[in-house]
Design a protein around this ligand. Structure first.
Ligand code: NDP
Ligand code: 8X3
Length: 255
């Protein structure tokens, strides 16, 4: 039997990309899902698809903007005593701009979502995990958090913050059975670049031209692997690239 069978997995940003793939892969492993994102209609479609494929698993969906601290606490109050695995996935990048050109709106959106949002959700769920002395928090960082690149300053800074928070949290929970892991993907083709370029699909497609990027399923498989290790094993950090990527800006493309 899968170690994930019957576990309650809370995934933020489950309406697209890596989060949506995680929902599919954890459902396949027999886990119950708590899915959150701002676009609830997408979550509803995913829920009915997965319920028809996987009899017996429970799926709850919540419209949630992780930037809204009070709302995060209001929503998570409905299930916080029941989360076995939290996947802090909700996140985004806005623009590819020099620091001096970054708008206040883009700055706030990235900081409020990627850093403060992750903290809001973790603060809501962690006390219950401490009380039960079990749980697993899996944070989605990025190679961008380790290797800052030109025109990505704020996004890279938010992911460096995720790395720091993950390491500090691992230290804060070292005397408990709670595990904290971070996975750091390279180029993954999702809606990430469409959001970055504010809906410009051509620009987004260009990011992945000339190489085979990772996809959401590739990362979800890794996350399932991280989550399904025995209780005494914690994968603290995982860096995952497409084969033709060797760093944030080291990419081989067929021309
Ligand atoms: P997508 O744009 O496909 O998915 C992002 C998800 O985050 C969506 O479900 C979106 O849902 C959700 N989200 C965004 N803002 C909020 C918010 N304020 N509140 C709740 N949910 C929110 O991109 P990815 O799947 O690629 O991104 C997932 C994570 O992976 C992010 O943290 C990203 O930084 C990270 N990552 C991505 C890489 C890549 O190359 N794609 C590489 C490394 C890391 P909705 O809009 O419905 O709220
Ligand atoms: C996403 C990877 O390099 O596009 O975190 O910023 S990158």
């Amino acid at each position: 039997m899968s170690r994930l069978q019957g576990k309650n997995v809370f995934i933020t940003g489950a309406s697209s990309g890596i989060g949506e793939s995680c929902a599919r892969h954890f459902a396949q492993a027999g886990s119950n899902l708590i899915l959150a994102a701002r676009r609830k209609e997408r979550l509803a479609g995913l829920k009915s698809e997965l319920e028809s494929k996987h009899a017996g698993i429970k799926i709850a969906i919540y419209e949630l903007d992780v930037r809204q601290r009070a709302k995060v606490h209001e929503v998570t109050a409905q299930f916080e005593d029941n989360v076995d695995i939290l996947i802090n996935n909700a996140g985004l990048v806005i623009g590819l701009d020099k620091l001096e050109d970054i708008t206040e709106e883009a700055l706030d959106t990235m900081m409020d979502t990627n850093v403060k949002g992750l903290v809001h959700v973790t603060q809501a769920v962690l006390p219950g995990m401490r009380q039960r002395n079990k749980g697993h928090i899996i944070n989605i960082g990025s190679v961008a958090g380790q290797q800052p690149y030109a025109n990505g300053s704020i996004y890279c800074a938010t992911k460096a913050a995720v790395a720091s928070i993950s390491r500090a949290l691992m230290a804060e929970t070292v005397n408990t059975n709670i595990r904290v892991s971070e996975i750091n993907p390279g180029l993954v083709e999702t809606e990430f670049s469409v959001v970055r370029f504010r809906g410009d699909k051509d620009k987004a497609d260009n990011v992945y031209k000339g190489l085979t990027p990772l996809n959401g399923d590739d990362i979800a498989e890794m996350i399932v692997f991280i989550a399904s290790r025995p209780d005494h094993v914690n994968i603290a950090e995982m860096l995952v690239f497409p084969t033709h990527q060797a760093g944030a800006t080291i990419v081989h493309r067929d021309t």
